[in-house]
Design a protein around this ligand. Structure first.
Ligand code: ADP
Ligand code: ZN
Ligand code: ZN
Length: 752
């Protein structure tokens, strides 16, 4: 009977059906080469094999099978399906993020395609000849060599002991053992004592006896409690622990247990560039078992890792960014999501617009494993899931060792200005503390929520500001090079010499950013070494590492930075943290602004006094009575979360509602307005008051296209599957309407 396969292609399209040629054995999850359209060849994933002939006339056949093992397990396919349905995208769009680029070649001809198919690099390996696996034969060979050829003898022993009958890399013994290696090995091979062969690189597996850190009584209680809750059937648990309390130590214990029984572990971290320290720490305990996976690796490395894992027998430990969720870990038993509240777990563009933390919970359920969400400041959603008992929960309320939480001072900028105690962007209190810290030989971190020297330039005469020609935003002023830059589209221009509007005066910088802070502080403390960490100073991973290394080695005294300095760093010398302007964190029209501000300020504060006593934090604000500022100063996470929950209940936001945002784009504002008005009307017929908008986003024109949005708020208890179905049907009707076909609609489920 002829057989067919539904195949997922890396496109925003449903699966397509192809014929399976006679004699080809395809299984689900396998990668295959197919021809699609007249000239295009793609890698596709076999989704389903069946015998129902689709009713279109010409059915193309699968060209051939790629790779010797299936690339996707059943659980992975289930995850892709869940994502496609939940985030309203196609499995093909999931495929685009899930598989490394080299693994899914495409081409215009079959020959081109074949050339591009990925072959992992091989390396020369040696092993004992099979005859020598017999002990008597081995001893005879040794005796013969011992006196006459001591180098060959030594090499043979080394191969036997290091390899334990298995293969080892020639490069490695060459380095460890002999200088004359290749000649010696050639002779041994000629004598038939060893075999040489080319193999893919393999990872050396250490034993499973890891040296785990001794836990404090509080940590021990948290670990036991988590174990107990997992054993009692909780699939997901929250580990809430203040910065420096030892959450990582608890992860390490749980990870060690899973690895010892041969299971796989995934540790997700928000931004891998910022977590090199964490990887090192894991390597000190788990050695070569640790596999890092993130976008900074070369395509080849990522592809090799994927293929290696797809053939692994278990006991793998991957530390990675959000896309490592898609790796083929077939024995996945534990996913740890560190800093689970971090917004960078959400991919906002392109589709799939998924949150890796939420997908991790789903994936662990699919594999029968557990998810541990760790944070000092959990997201409101996760906290309420733990409070309601849906998730398990454990807490760490003390810092490890002698380290105490920092003392936080709230410094009123308006009052300081009135008293003449403000210099540039610094209150006297903060300057005094910096002075004191530097005298003691301590280090300082200064946090400023904006990069660039100054957000914009303005004419003092007529009020003209420089705006982007493609986007409805002001251009940001960068002092280095006196350039104006659009942060949305990258447009760059020179600062005009005269105001282009009134031609009367020069334009002047307004507002301030990290560059300005760096300049001011260098002037006030000329003897201090000052460095800056933001997206402009970090032009490469190397530049980033250099800035970090200088600060860690105390070659730098003061580090000025954006969000980039808030995450994951563990610098012993930092005893003072300054937050220059808390207000621009709070004055954000987003419903998560207060939560985010609390998380960010707490996170930055946590950088102070990681080791010794006496870490200090100064928060500058024009609104010292603001409840969020007070909650940060008091370390009152629970006060913050209860207040936010009350507000969200009142205004119907997550976790009480599920949000889906629709963003429409078109070059012509009239077409866009007509389209969105029509769509809003249709959706209101279905969803009633749950539809908000049309509304104009804060930036309503990007890259020459106008933007308008709608927001759908569905009760958390309601069937989200039914809501998705209705929404999809309406979107389909909309996109098929000739008047609106050219309007781009971007659907974002659970927008951040
Ligand atoms: P968190 O992840 O909660 O911020 P960490 O696990 O990084 O906390 O711990 C903070 C510091 O304290 C680290 O330097 C860590 O090595 C140390 N530490 C925490 N717990 C222990 C322990 N039980 N034994 C030894 N050192 C510990
Ligand atoms: Zn622009
Ligand atoms: Zn002017």
């Amino acid at each position: 009977m002829p057989r067919y396969a539904d195949i997922v292609l890396p496109l925003a399209q449903p699966a397509y059906t192809f014929a399976v040629p006679e004699g080809m054995a395809v299984t689900e999850g396998q990668a295959v080469a197919v021809q699609f359209g007249a000239h295009k060849f793609y890698t596709g994933i076999v989704w389903r094999v069946h015998d129902r002939r689709p009713d279109f006339p010409r059915i193309k056949s699968i060209q051939r099978i790629l790779y010797d093992t299936p690339l996707l397990s059943a659980a992975q396919r289930a995850l892709w399906e869940w994502m496609a349905s939940y985030y309203l995208c196609s499995p093909g769009e999931v495929m685009r993020v899930a598989l490394p680029a080299l693994m899914k070649p495409s081409g215009d001809t079959e020959e081109e395609f074949s050339e591009e198919e990925f072959r992992p690099r091989t390396e020369p390996y040696v092993s004992l000849a099979r005859a020598l696996c017999d002990e008597t034969a081995f001893h005879e060979a040794c005796e013969r060599l011992e006196r006459r050829a001591p180098k060959q003898y030594a090499a043979l022993l080394e191969i036997a002991s290091a390899g334990d009958g298995t293969r080892i890399a020639t490069g490695e013994i060459a380095q460890r053992l002999l200088r004359a290696e290749s000649a010696v090995l050639r002779t041994l091979e000629r004598k038939g004592l060893i075999l040489r062969a080319e193999h893919e690189r393999t990872v050396e597996r250490g034993g499973s006896a890891f040296r785990l850190p001794e836990l404090t009584p509080m940590q021990r209680r948290a670990l036991d409690s988590l174990r107990g809750q997992f054993a009692a059937g909780k699939e997901t648990a929250l580990l809430q622990g203040i910065t420096g309390s030892g959450k990582t130590e608890i992860y390490i214990h749980l990870i060690g247990e899973v690895l010892s029984r041969g299971g796989d572990v995934l540790l997700l971290v928000p931004e891998i560039a910022l977590t090199a320290q964490l990887i090192e720490r894991m390597e000190r305990i788990f050695g070569s078992r640790v596999t890092a996976y993130h976008s900074k690796l070369t395509n080849r490395r990522r592809t090799e890792t994927y293929l290696r894992l797809s053939r692994s027998e278990g006991g793998e430990f991957v530390v990675g960014a959000r896309s490592s969720l898609f790796l083929p870990l077939k024995h996945l038993q534990l996913i740890v999501v560190d800093e689970e509240h971090d917004a960078s777990y959400k991919q906002t563009d392109p589709a799939p617009r998924y949150n890796a933390r939420d997908c991790a919970v789903v994936m662990a359920r699919l594999t029968g494993g557990h998810t541990l969400l760790g944070s000092a400041t959990p997201s409101v959603e996760t906290w309420s899931n733990a409070a309601s008992g849906k998730y398990g929960r454990a807490e760490l309320t003390e810092r490890y060792g002698t380290a105490r939480p920092p003392v936080i001072y709230v410094s009123d900028t308006l009052r300081a200005a009135r008293r003449g105690e403000r210099h540039g962007h610094f209150n006297k209190l903060l300057l005094d503390k910096i002075d004191e810290t530097l005298r003691r030989g301590g280090q300082v971190m200064l946090f400023q929520n904006r990069r660039g020297f100054s957000p914009y330039v303005e004419c003092t005469e007529c009020g003209w500001t420089a705006r982007c020609p493609n986007c409805n935003v002001t251009l940001t002023y960068h002092k280095g090079g006196r350039r104006l830059v659009c942060h949305y589209c990258g447009h760059t221009e020179e600062v005009p010499a005269k105001c282009p509007s009134c031609r009367v005066t020069d334009v002047v910088p307004r507002g301030f950013g990290t560059e300005k802070i760096e300049e001011e502080i260098s002037r006030i403390f000329p003897e201090a070494q000052v460095a800056r960490l933001d997206r402009d100073s970090v032009t490469s991973e190397k530049a980033f590492n250099a800035i970090i290394a200088d600060f860690a080695a105390r070659r730098t005294d003061i580090l000025v930075g954006t969000q980039m300095i808030t995450k994951g760093f563990d610098f012993e010398g930092v005893s003072l943290v300054g937050i220059l302007n808390a207000d621009n964190l709070l004055n954000n029209p987003d419903f998560r602004a207060a939560e985010r501000a609390f998380q960010l300020m707490t996170q930055v504060s946590g950088r102070a006094g990681r080791r010794d006593d006496g870490g200090e934090v100064v928060i500058q604000t024009g609104d010292p009575g603001n409840p969020v500022i007070r909650q940060v100063a008091a370390g009152d996470y629970e006060g913050m979360v209860r207040m936010q929950l009350a507000e969200r209940r009142a205004f119907f936001y997550p976790p009480y509602a599920r949000l889906t945002s629709l963003l429409l784009r078109h070059r012509d504002p009239t077409t866009l307005r007509d389209g969105i008005t029509a769509l809003a009307a249709r959706l209101r017929e279905r969803f009633g008051r749950r539809v908000l908008g049309p509304m104009t986003p804060p930036v309503d024109r990007i890259r020459g296209e106008y933007l308008a949005g709608l927001l759908l708020k569905i009760e958390s208890g309601a069937s989200s599957a039914r809501a998705r179905e209705l929404l999809l049907a309406e979107l389909k009707t909309f996109s098929e309407n000739p008047a609106y076909r050219a309007i781009t609609v971007v659907v974002d489920v659970d927008p951040q």
